[in-house]
Design a protein around this ligand. Structure first.
Ligand SMILES: [Zn+2]
Length: 435
């Protein structure tokens, strides 16, 4: 590789290898106060302490010095709705009220391709501004909402997962598809987009209450035909929703069991929320390989409930963080970490700052089956990374100046920082220019 195409980034580098757990296991991550990240052809070539690494790789390579700023893999948001960008901060009393009064009307606007394109571009700018480099994204019921989203993501070279929502009942008529129509759209979208550049398709029933059993079974058959396609839905977010699903599917043991019977539990399946699960459900989630998107901001904003970190750990269940905009009230994974910390506090549980940063990066990559490409720095992984400025605001500068350890610095960042602290977002080694 010509040195002109190689760049070294120097700064404070944080890189996880595994879950740091409650105590911040030192073997689970590397942190170099003065580290170097060598990028070549959009991929990571090497990472390590600058003093040892730089002389070994080249004398002539351009070096970008980020000073004391923190260089780390980009955030991974495992559950977010791009069509809900404009309903963020709307006053729903609870999940079902909020869907009816804000979300469903907003989603109907995506029948218009020009509207979808404008929102998709704004949404992607906002993700990158917040340091989120990969997300698992719901579209609307309209096939073109996903075509439009993928076109916008492809033009920016982003690694993104998306799918059209399936809804054939219990929603407004303009947002309703059919078993056959939904399946035809999904097949066409998978054939067009899945595996193209850095894009992946997710089979996306909105949730059990808005799909007939025939539609869920069809989604399960498709998931079997395309084993590397993702599955993405909602599960056990709110008590009224859980009782409604119980009425709609009286033969199922639990809400989770509805999906299980339809063949929708496997690796690369993500269920958002997973608040009202019992021990049998959690064991089944763990055994199946499916994971939970823990969306604390949305859970607090809609008053849904508290995700049980300890019970999920005890069951060996996979989970990672998600914003769930627009139920979630911020695009920022830093704000989301702050909310996750508070959810743990309210549950008399613990979330260490190291683990919070892990849950916002490598945990998501692992849950999505993408950790060979994103979520960590290793030779050959994709150079999607961010630079966080611990001095981005006067209060951050004052407080981080007094931090005595990496853990303390991370706790201050996740408690006080937001998009203002994201000094740069790199995609495949290229800095992103944002409006
Ligand atoms: Zn959601």
């Amino acid at each position: 590789m010509n040195d002109l195409h190689r760049t070294a980034h120097c700064g404070s580098i944080l890189n996880f290898h595994a879950d740091p757990g409650l105590d911040g296991d030192p073997a689970s991550y590397d942190h170099w106060q003065r580290g170097a990240l060598v990028v070549a052809g959009g991929r990571i070539e090497a990472v390590g302490p600058a003093a040892a690494l730089l002389p070994a790789v080249s004398a002539h390579m351009p070096v970008i010095d980020h000073g004391e700023r923190l260089i780390m893999p980009g955030f991974i948001d495992t559950h977010i709705h791009y069509p809900q960008t404009d309903v963020i901060a709307s006053a729903g009393r609870n999940l079902l009220d909020w869907l009816e009064h804000y979300t469903f009307p907003a989603e109907q606007l995506f029948a218009d391709a020009a509207h979808a394109r404008e929102v998709a571009e704004f949404f992607l700018d906002e993700l990158l501004r917040n340091g989120t480099t990969t997300a698992q994204v719901l579209g609307t019921v309209h096939r073109q909402s996903v075509d439009t989203f993928f076109q916008a993501a492809e033009a920016r070279g982003l690694r993104m997962i998306a799918g059209k929502t399936l809804m054939d009942r219990n929603c407004p008529q303009p947002l309703r598809d059919s078993v056959a129509g939904g399946e035809r759209d999904m097949r066409e979208l998978i054939e067009t987009w899945h595996g193209r550049d850095r894009l992946h398709y997710a089979i996306t029933p909105r949730f059990a209450a808005t799909s007939s059993v025939e539609q869920l079974q069809g989604a399960g058959r498709l998931a079997q035909q395309y084993p590397d396609v993702f599955i993405h839905s909602h599960l056990a977010e709110n008590r009224d929703e859980v009782s409604w699903v119980r009425q709609l599917f009286p033969d199922s043991r639990s809400y989770l069991d509805v999906y299980d019977r339809c063949g929708l539990l496997r690796d690369r399946a993500t269920y958002a929320h997973c608040i009202y699960l019992d021990a049998t459900d959690r064991a089944r989630m763990a055994a199946s390989g499916a994971g939970a998107a823990f969306a604390p901001s949305a859970n607090l904003y809609l008053g849904s409930g508290l995700f049980d970190i300890a019970a999920s750990d005890a069951a060996g269940m996979r989970f990672a963080l998600a914003t769930d905009v627009g139920g979630g009230s911020s695009f920022s994974m830093l704000r989301t970490m702050a909310d996750a910390y508070k959810v743990a506090q309210l549950s008399n549980q613990q979330l260490s700052p190291l683990r919070a940063f892990y849950l916002a990066t490598l945990a998501g990559a692992r849950m999505l089956g993408l950790s060979d490409r994103i979520g960590r720095f290793a030779p050959g992984t994709e150079a999607d990374f961010i630079v966080l400025d611990p001095k981005a605001t006067p209060l951050l500068a004052r407080r981080t100046a007094q931090s005595r350890s990496l853990s303390e610095l991370l706790l201050v960042l996740m408690t006080l920082a937001d998009d203002r602290a994201v000094a740069a977002t790199y995609i495949l080694g290229e800095p992103q220019e944002l409006p």
